[in-house]
Design a protein around this ligand. Structure first.
Ligand code: BG6
Length: 288
């Protein structure tokens, strides 16, 4: 479909992969069709909200490192399959868009059927991105089959921070989490302000709370509001894992943190025939 929207331009980006650029009077954004992957959201006059690795691959069959990978229909490892599902590895179609107003632009994507999708009950996956002075993303899954469809999904957002040693993450106090650094040990978050000073990989369960990243260096607060998401993943690879990741710079862990809005592990979703799920995030910033 050839979608014409003013303030949206389509071109070939890195690795020759098609992308769209969106400009509004308060912000700009970039989205690759590969993975329906938002690789940039920046408010005019501010540092980017999303972190992008300088070592990211931009090639068919590989995920993009940074921005907002769309994770579906499984989260994490799955034997004999690529990590984090196939949605981030496939090319999505741009199916529509509109200038909601002169300050807001919305675009819509759909995941076309493929060999990978055929393994699952028939479903439709759609992704809606609205760019204004905040960034709103919605992943909608509809069960088109006659049986229940169980899956995990996640908007695996990488945020840019000034210095990992000068941030704290709020909104998760009291939540139970699975600590992936200790073989999924179940723990309870004791801290109102979580500091990150080592490899951190946690799946917080049964929490729909808004999370904030308080960034002392950039003097800003990033607010991650969400709905239709029962889990939050907090991830930073720190020193050794960064070195092991071929598509991530050794020192880049200083400038990023992932706060991922998911339905993962025991919060996986089951849709009855005909049912639709909606996972939404709304990312905004304010001075600290
Ligand atoms: C996080 C996982 O969501 O994604 C981590 O909790 C994982 O365990 C990270 O390392 C990155 O995954 P990938 O597949 O993009 O390297």
């Amino acid at each position: 479909m050839n979608v014409q929207i003013s303030d949206v331009s389509q071109s070939n980006g890195k690795g020759g992969l098609p992308k769209i650029d969106i400009t509004t009077h308060s912000s700009s954004a970039e989205i690759y069709l590969h993975g329906a992957h938002v690789t940039k959201f920046q408010k005019t006059g501010e540092p980017p909200v999303l972190f992008m690795s300088q070592s990211s691959r931009f090639q068919s069959g590989s995920p993009i490192r940074g921005g907002i990978p769309v994770i579906f229909p499984w989260f994490g490892a799955r034997e004999g399959h690529p990590a984090h599902g196939f949605a981030r590895l496939q090319d999505w179609e741009l199916t529509g868009g509109s200038d909601v107003s002169n300050s807001s632009v919305a675009v819509r994507f759909a995941l076309p059927p493929s060999d990978a999708t055929k393994e699952f009950p028939a479903f439709a996956a759609e992704y809606f991105v609205t760019v204004s002075d905040s960034l709103k993303c919605e992943l909608r899954i509809t069960n088109k089959s006659q049986q229940n469809f169980t899956f995990e999904d996640c908007l695996h957002t990488y945020f840019q921070v000034g210095d990992i040693n000068q941030i704290s993450v709020t909104g998760l106090k009291g939540a139970a989490y699975l600590d992936q650094m200790e073989n999924f040990a179940r723990k309870t978050e004791a801290n109102d302000q979580i500091k990150i000073n080592c490899e951190t990989d946690r799946i917080y369960l049964d929490t729909e709370s808004t999370v904030e990243i308080l960034d002392q260096k950039l003097k800003r607060r990033i607010r991650i509001a969400k709905s239709g998401s029962r889990s939050t993943v907090l991830w930073n690879p720190w020193i050794e894992k960064s070195k092991r990741m071929p598509d991530f710079g050794d020192d880049e862990f200083h400038r990023m943190v992932c706060v991922e809005s998911c339905n993962a592990a025991e919060n996986k979703r089951t849709l009855a025939p005909g049912e639709t799920s909606s996972l939404k995030i709304d990312l905004s910033t304010a001075p600290l």
